[in-house]
Design a protein around this ligand. Structure first.
Ligand SMILES: Nc1ncnc2c1ncn2[C@@H]1O[C@H](COP(=O)(O)OP(=O)(O)OP(=O)(O)O)[C@@H](O)[C@H]1O
Length: 259
């Protein structure tokens, strides 16, 4: 997602010493198999001859701490391990070894449509997603109108989601993710939601959340300009390992000169 040029930078620094995200010597290893059958058998440690092809350390001995209110950019080339690290923050995946400690309500603007049941209506999916997150029914009901309004789905909100276009599904996913008032916001810049007008609205909403000094932001990007615009600190990853961690200007300079 690209930001519009007329908007001023909103870099913010940490407001607190409280650590809300901690990675302690984290390694995430993916095993690669010849086919899905091999992968399935691998779960039970039964490796049919030739099915196991090898393994990849998507994150290797990764350690860092992020304080409440910080906005941190994760920089690195394709395959550097940025998404894997953030998936562990959101709980979508878990470390093979090491500790990932996250304190606070996490909202991820990553895979917006994952987890929706396409047979249910948009309204029913709001309720389902809220319940999965452990929200009270009354809180879900209270959030519902603002989600529906933001997603701009009109009458489709009561239609099964299988009848939605992919943009409509993503809009509902985005509207839900920003409605839960996240304490930790995980954003992938590659995220694209809906048409141009809706993208602009999303960027404005992300900026609004980011400026909240109590919200911690983890931002994946390849673009130094948007990293500088949104973040005060940068962590550069290369082949799963942290190769730089520091001020955003130094981090982007390191990234640009080394990759
Ligand atoms: N589910 C998976 N199974 C096997 N390998 C995986 C899986 N997910 C990621 N990988 C591998 O882990 C490595 C890191 O991937 P990751 O998606 O974290 O990188 P990235 O820095 O986010 O890349 P990009 O900028 O392309 O999005 C890559 O080599 C990738 O192929």
């Amino acid at each position: 997602m690209s930001s519009s040029e007329e908007i001023k930078p909103l870099c913010k620094t940490s407001v607190s010493n409280e650590v809300v995200v901690r990675f302690d010597n984290v390694t995430k290893t993916y095993n690669l198999y010849k086919n899905d059958r091999g992968r399935f058998l691998g779960i039970f440690n039964y490796n049919k001859k030739g099915a196991f092809l090898g393994s990849v350390d998507a994150n290797k001995s990764l350690s860092f701490e992020i304080k409440k209110g910080e906005a941190v950019a994760f920089l690195g080339c394709n395959g550097a391990g940025k998404s894997t690290a953030l998936k562990m923050v959101t709980g979508v995946t878990h470390p093979t070894s090491g500790i990932v400690d996250v304190k606070g309500r996490v909202s991820a603007l990553l895979e917006l449509t994952a987890g929706f049941d396409m047979q249910l209506t948009g309204r029913e999916n709001i309720s389902l997603r809220g319940q999965i997150l452990g929200l009270k029914r009354s809180d879900i009901k209270e959030m519902e109108p603002s989600i529906i309004e933001f997603a701009e789905l009109g009458l489709y909100i009561d239609q099964p989601m299988r009848t939605y276009s992919s943009g409509m599904k993503a809009r509902l996913g985005f509207a839900f993710a920003v409605a839960i008032e996240p304490e930790i916001l995980v954003v992938d810049e590659a995220l694209s939601v809906g048409d141009r007008a809706f993208q602009k609205k999303c960027i404005e909403r992300i900026r609004e959340i980011m400026t909240d000094e109590n919200v911690t932001v983890l931002f994946v990007t390849h673009a130094s300009s948007s990293a500088k615009e949104f973040c005060s600190r940068g962590i550069v990853l290369d082949q799963g390992t942290k190769v730089f961690d520091g001020g955003i200007d130094e981090a982007t300079a390191y990234y640009e000169s080394n990759f």
